[in-house]
Design a protein around this ligand. Sequence first.
Ligand code: HAS
Length: 555
Amino acid sequence: MTTIKEKAKDFTKVDRRDGKLALAHIYVAFIALFIGGLCGLLQVLVRSGKFTLPWGIGYYQILTVHGVLLGLILTTYFILGFQIAAMSRTSGTFTDKQRLLGWIGFWVMTTGTVAAATMVLLNEASVLYTFYAPLQAHWIFYVGMALVVVGSWIVGIAQIMKYNEWRKAHPGESSPLLSFMVVVNMAMWIICSLGVAVEVVFQLIPWSLGWVDKVDVLLSRTLFWYFGHPLVYFWLLPAYMVWYVVIPKIIGGKIFSDALARLSFMLFLLFSIPVGFHHQLTEPGIESFWKFLQVILTMMVVIPSLLTAFSMFATFELRGRQLGGKGLFGWVKKLPWQDARFTVPFIGMAAFIPAGAGGIINASHQMNQLIHNTIWVTGHFHLTVATTVVLTFFGASYWLLPHLTGRVLTKQMNKLAIIQAIVWTVGMSIMSGAMHIVGLMGAPRRSDFSTYGGAEQATDWIPYQIAQAVGGTILFVGIILILYIVVNLLFFAPKGETEFPVGEVSENAEKTPMWLENWKIWLTICIALILFAYTVPVIDMIQNAPPGSKGYKFW
Ligand code: HAS
């Protein structure tokens, strides 16, 4: 019989069967990265005006593939795979029932992905990743997207069940930090994706099947953004899990404060949902008071990121000084810069400083008028999700994949991983930098190459679009490099043991108060805030609904 101590020891290695489930998700994520990245390359080439797509392929068709595969599929699959491994590592092996649920969710999502992708490839759904009405896709695309969401709920429920089981077995104890973080992320995801599920099931599917003629565009966009902003935190929080819990262990330090980490995650649960109007600040039909209120709440959701920045700086400085770093910045030199598991996510953190500042500009009601619908916004999200989040996911892959496959990251692969991150940084700085600048000059986003009838202003944009193509091409080299490393880690790297690093909390940290894990309090405040921010404006939208729009296909 295994003792409790032995059982706890077992948790340091993810069970092989849970690992298989996690890996299945991660395979899909990296396939999506390849196809989505290839479409990204084609896009920047088309926008430079120097390249035309062959075989009648449309610009908006590849833009849809790019957005759906990278924004929705790569992220969701990687996150769920990572979280399965994280739960299994910190709360113990999944039961057969929980693992079966995980597999059911995986196949529901994958069926949905294939259905939606097929419609886009057949050019029946070039509606971009936001699938805004009144652009109308084939109904199979919407059903496919709904299945992706439902599948993700099923996988998420398996993770929540594991957490509940742990808590029942350990009454009065704080749950493992990583498991707690996973559950916050899933709670946020389930609450927010109800909005897009309602939009798809009650508005878009009946409309695309022809059961109703018209769709209420404002309501559909509101439901989308009720989901769309927390969606970005669903991407960000797993990166924060790596920063808070894994990075301290990699650098040989300690987690600065368990309580601060939990508070920051709970603040995300509260403030990431009732803020969708900051994507609709230029939209008519929403009273400015409600926009203003949601702008204030948006500024509140910046606070947990500032807490995170503080916590990370503290972790780095404490460790650097422990290793003998002197003076104001002497500790920086002591950090393990040769270790890709640290350096790659660190570049992601550094990128989040300008990326976050850009977000605060976007959210500022007046400044939003300047940048809304310009390619500045595309620059913003390539710094946030495509640099901060993605580089952290790459950094995590360098220990997660070999941990799951029973292999090791060799010295050469470690070096290549650092080169990959440098290539990515150079490519992204050029591409995203050009997007930010030309966005301020008025260049639109979601636009094929166009001279706008020879308008002088559009001529000024062209050099920046060429710079985007240069940056985008370098980024594609980065994609080839990461895929090379991933294939190596999955199939060819030498066999061996790799640790799934989980940090310990600093002995100087305050004890974590139990109220931080009181779900009744937090979920009640979360729902109250959502009702406060959305009830009146949504009732207003429904009572004073515009006549609605028929569907359009502009491609
Ligand atoms: Fe955003 C649009 C506002 C964060 C993604 N955002 C988008 C879109 C995407 C996106 C995809 O208010 C486009 C959607 C579309 O297709 O239309 N965003 C914000 C704000 C934040 C923010 C206020 N966004 C993100 C994150 C994303 C993301 C994170 C993905 C992961 N965003 C907006 C707004 C729009 C928008 C408007 C709509 C614009 C429009 O009009 O269409 C905040 O959460 C940002 C807070 C972040 C910080 C940074 C903290 C820094 C840290 C790093 C510490 C570094 C260390 C390393 C320790 C305050 C934590 C030290 C290193 C050294 C070198 C010193």
